[in-house]
Design a protein around this ligand. Sequence first.
Ligand SMILES: Cc1cc2nc3c(=O)[nH]c(=O)nc-3n(C[C@H](O)[C@H](O)[C@H](O)COP(=O)(O)OP(=O)(O)OC[C@H]3O[C@@H](n4cnc5c(N)ncnc54)[C@H](O)[C@@H]3O)c2cc1C
Length: 323
Amino acid sequence: MSGLPDEMLDCLIVGGGPAGLTAAIYLSRFHRRVAVVDKGEGRLAMIPRTMNHAGYPGGVRGCDLLAAMRAQAVEFGAALLDGEVAGLSGTEDAFEAETDLGPIRARTVLLATGVVNLRPPLDAETHAAAVAAGKLRYCPICDAFEQTGKRIGILGADSHGVAEALFLRSYSDDLVMLTLQQAELDAGDRANIGRAGIEVVRTPVSGFDFEGEGVRVLLADGESVAADTLYAALGSETRNQLGEMLGTRLDGSACFWTDERMRTSVKGVYAAGDAIEGLDQISMAMGTAAQAAVTIHNDLRDRDGATDEGQAAGDAAWEEAPD
Ligand SMILES: Cc1cc2nc3c(=O)[nH]c(=O)nc-3n(C[C@H](O)[C@H](O)[C@H](O)COP(=O)(O)OP(=O)(O)OC[C@H]3O[C@@H](n4cnc5c(N)ncnc54)[C@H](O)[C@@H]3O)c2cc1C
């Protein structure tokens, strides 16, 4: 892609998923010097075909949406760099990123680093093939509609798994909860699961077979359970290390705390997409990134003396950041 910028950028965007690329499109259309560094491990790229993203009857493949957004960002002058940001230092107006491509300097930083789904124990190739075939899934809000009436497995027999199973109950009455480790549900969860008529298999899972129709989940006692598809309800981890280096505060879910305009608790640092608390959806990634881009542009204008109104608003937001 474009070469390493040697000038001071207006904004360095870490992460080139729908959040980072939306911000890049907006900021370059504000005539801002902007670069996106992306290491190519995003969740959008994993989606075989999203059916709930507005504006695409018949759906759109995650990689096609990503390619279209990348082309649009480049069209307006954003630099897209394939690489990894390993470190961030500095303060407002003078941040420096350590990347495998070399150092990058920027007046502001947008953290659009997403989250990582915790995966079942599978090698990368098997995992990718199972997701691509729709036999292994991560997001009932996104794609349970297509599973209506099917036999659905839910991997993760804890309160997170219970919540996901109860959500899926409105799509199918043939649900089975499975567990990687022996786990005890509390009385409330047991009552809810019982009322919903959801089967719970207590024997731990020992393996997965994605060959043939659907999925066969192998159990430690030698038995197996068949399902049309399997939802992994194992939770996710935020990629918040870069923010920690700058001292950004996190919220209760270990996501970046932001004010309603996507400012983190550190001046000059912003966050958007799955990396902040909220519904982890493409539309939310785009929406929060659009807001972040407008805030970044306006905060820079204020800093450059174009207006003093927004700066006052920004300062108030930083003061209200939780401890
Ligand atoms: C299987 C699956 C199906 C889904 N289906 C749907 C759906 O149908 N509809 C829907 O709305 N949502 C769906 N989602 C959720 C959707 O993919 C996410 O909400 C969305 O991609 C979040 O965008 P993001 O930009 O915040 O993060 P991501 O798309 O995850 O992008 C983050 C990027 O940051 C990069 N990055 C992180 N750290 C660094 C670093 N230090 N240096 C450089 N780069 C870095 C990552 O490599 C990645 O490319 C699905 C998710 C999965 C996993």
